[in-house]
Write a protein that binds this ligand. Structure first.
Ligand code: FAD
Length: 295
């Protein structure tokens, strides 16, 4: 079943992992993912470095998840520092490994490094991928707007271009304030954008890591969330418990309010993903039953 179709069946639950830097790291990740078979993600997405490195390790990891663990896999492709020839070769490799889902991205600018110039924006990459194979193409979106955007109107219009060029499902930047997503959903409706949108959730278990990410991406942090980070920054265990509880609370609210799916930024921590799944899986299963009854 293609990803597009899964959204008609249920509230989707997906995971994001990144290719570890070492073979040992990759073994550890695969072992932990295969050891937690009770999590039933609808797909797992694999990140890829903007600068054009990591292609082989991403393909290896994606292929193991797709073909050995039998979990549908999505490969991220940032286009800014890749040529048309690079992307064509990467798509061919994905196809050879039976991977049919891609996330078309622009990628972030790397200081002092000139972009290749073939794909200035994700919309151009989506158009190219559409013309080069039978891939299900997803795209990124930003409930609190992309940090380089001047305003929500421009950001939404550019998002629409991406969809017109072949993107059929969106995944949001991580959010810590659900209201930001509900406001964004209304703006999408006003703009006539009605493809499925998964909400990105990241369990905050490390204060410095979250601070770095949110500062770079301009994500706003609600007071309740800042209080957790400030109080438990020096207590690893308590921080982890509070971060996971916060993520679970967000997911319960989002699924209850009818979102299309949850995309969990796991940071390769399968144990945290397992704890979140254990606390919320009945919610996802319940939506599946409800949708089947209404068919
Ligand atoms: P775009 O959609 O191209 O948008 C980028 C900016 O350009 C926006 O401000 C947009 O409004 C503007 N814009 C778009 N079109 C036009 C136009 N025609 N004219 C003028 N302005 C325009 N990065 C990685 O390197 N590897 C990853 O694996 C990765 N995974 C990600 C997964 C998710 C779910 C998300 C949300 C982000 C991910 N990123 C990843 C980060 C992403 O590459 C950056 O956020 C990047 O800055 C923007 O990528 P985009 O695809 O959203 O770009």
């Amino acid at each position: 079943m293609s990803l597009k179709d899964i959204f008609n069946e249920k509230t989707v639950f997906s995971l994001e992992v990144f290719p570890p830097r070492t073979a040992q790291g990759e073994d550890n990740l695969i072992n932990s993912l295969s050891g937690i078979k009770s999590i039933k993600p609808d797909f797992i997405s694999i990140t890829l470095g903007a600068g054009g490195s990591q292609n082989n390790s991403a393909i290896d990891l994606a292929s193991t998840i797709q073909n050995d663990l039998k979990i549908p896999t999505m490969a991220h492709i940032p286009g800014l520092y890749r040529s048309k020839a690079d992307v064509t070769e990467f798509l061919q490799q994905l196809n050879d490994h039976n991977i049919k889902n891609v996330l078309a991205l622009r990628g972030d600018h790397i200081p002092d490094q000139q972009p290749v110039g073939d794909f200035k924006y994700a919309s151009e990459l989506a158009e190219f991928i559409k013309q080069h194979g039978n891939f299900d193409i997803s795209g990124a979106c930003y409930p609190q707007k992309h940090p380089e955007s001047n305003n929500f109107v421009d950001d939404t219009l550019h998002l629409k271009e991406k969809i017109d060029n072949g993107v059929s499902h969106l995944i949001t930047q991580m959010i810590f304030d659900n209201q930001a997503f509900y406001d964004f959903r209304e703006r999408l409706q006003l703009a006539g954008i009605n493809i499925p949108v998964e909400v990105g959730i990241m369990p905050c278990t490390n204060r410095n890591q979250i601070k770095r990410i949110t500062e770079l991406s301009g994500i706003e942090m609600p007071k309740k969330f800042v209080a957790i980070m400030d109080r438990y920054a020096d207590n690893k265990e308590a921080m982890r418990d509070a971060g996971i509880a916060y993520a679970i609370d967000q997911i319960v609210d989002l699924v209850s309010n009818g979102v299309d799916g949850i995309h969990l930024y796991t940071m390769n921590n399968a144990e945290n993903a397992q704890r979140i799944w254990d606390a919320t899986h009945t919610l996802f299963e319940a939506t599946s039953n409800q949708l089947q009854k209404s068919l």
